[in-house]
Design a binder for this molecule. Sequence first.
Ligand code: HEM
Length: 482
Amino acid sequence: MYSTGHHFEPPAPPLAPDRVTGLGVLMRLRRNAFSAFPARCFSAPAIKYRLGITDLILANTPDAMRHVLADHPDRFRRVRATGRVLGPLLGRGLAAAEGEAWRRQRRTLAPAFTPRTLPVLSQHIAACAEATCARIEASSDGSIDLLSAMQDLSLDIAARSMFSLETARFGPELRRLLVFYSATIGRPRASDFLLPSKLLTPTDVRRALFRRRWSRIISSVIAERRTTASPDTPRDMFDMLVDAYKDQDEGLLADEVSTMLFAGHETTGLTLFWACFLLANAPEWQDAVREEARACDVSPSTAGEALARLPLTRAVVEETLRLYPPAYMSARAVMDPHDLCGLPVRSGSLVLLPFCMLHRNPAFWASPSRFDPSRFLDAARPDRFTFLPFGAGPRVCIGAQLAIAESMLVLARLLRGNAIAMEHADPVQPIGSFSTRPSPVPVFKLRRGMPRAPVKSRRARSMTELGATAKGRSRSDGNADV
Ligand code: HEM
């Protein structure tokens, strides 16, 4: 196993007490999902709480998650909280659709995300990464807010790779609205899970008003795309959607564009931020990623081929997704009474799947609090259902490959020419509420060139061992559908 000799344990908030009630879990979700669930989740496959006239089930183990997501997806449906919290951004887009509409939308979009499309997507990623890194390098006085930089870059990549658009005109307003939404009315509340959809709370009214402002920007994005495309522009996802939805109302097209822009950048931007945070605190891993990036060409024309030569960078991205999954949890409602890992569940019960707990369960992960990307290099990679940053089953994230490729190529480009460190040593906590955001938002120091002398003797030994493990690793391991 590759070892840097240095062990970084990033801070994490304390778990909920074991005596927490079902309502307590839901209330804690608004503050921080990383401290909403009790340690009991590490031992019980599923836990049931009474919640008024219904039940709340926490599905904790790989078997319980497999049951809900992959083995019996037809026995569960989306919960109304998803519609309340994400509805203003997703509308009727793929992530919110159900039944036959969902099947049709998934079939329409799937061709845009097959492995065949990765080389072209990688070109766009590399071009955007190059432009952003060059700008940062030219303008930075050394101090930088990498959270904003990575989220702006991810939005750039989503807009360019899927819709052939530059973000100069709409990007800042779109990001400003999202930052506002995620910090305020986008945080899930207990009432989102408990109240019938028809009963509107003051927060729901504010969300509806937000949706109007958001939809206005999405309409202007679509108008811009329609006017800027020339007959020579290669076909992109927008053309595909226009063809597929020509018999549908314009609103569905707008919801799909909105879904892809939102889901396609918020989570990936956060992954990049957390990877930078972890690498700034684990300098030996940072050196190893830099060395790997310097040994291959990540410029646009060759970026697609470079992906296979960045196994260490990929392991860092996966370890980041384990510790800080941007989608920290999923939720479903039970459609018919049955048995979930020995626990009888009633129709209408609410099931939570806390990925953030699964990823830190000591029964499945050695030293789970430790940042150790080498666990993703081992021949004995984690079992598919112990690592679910993209979910699983028919509703697995459609953009998972794109997100991983994007995170790898951006990290490789950023680190091959720069070193990053934290400006202050203050602890940074993950806050899982709308997504997994840092608190406080830290400032980084960026230094151009090769800042640290490599630790020669240990590096030489470890990199030799690493070469052996990384080469022996096959991409068909573990995440078959990711
Ligand atoms: C690191 C980045 C990402 C993470 C962690 C992530 C996570 C997830 C998860 C956990 C789900 C499943 C939710 C559930 O079953 O309830 C999901 C679904 C989805 N994701 Fe992602 N995602 C990422 C990037 C992307 C990208 C780049 C796109 C699009 C370009 C995207 C589009 C979607 C869509 C449309 C769905 C709904 C799929 C369906 O219901 O059929 N995601 N994502």
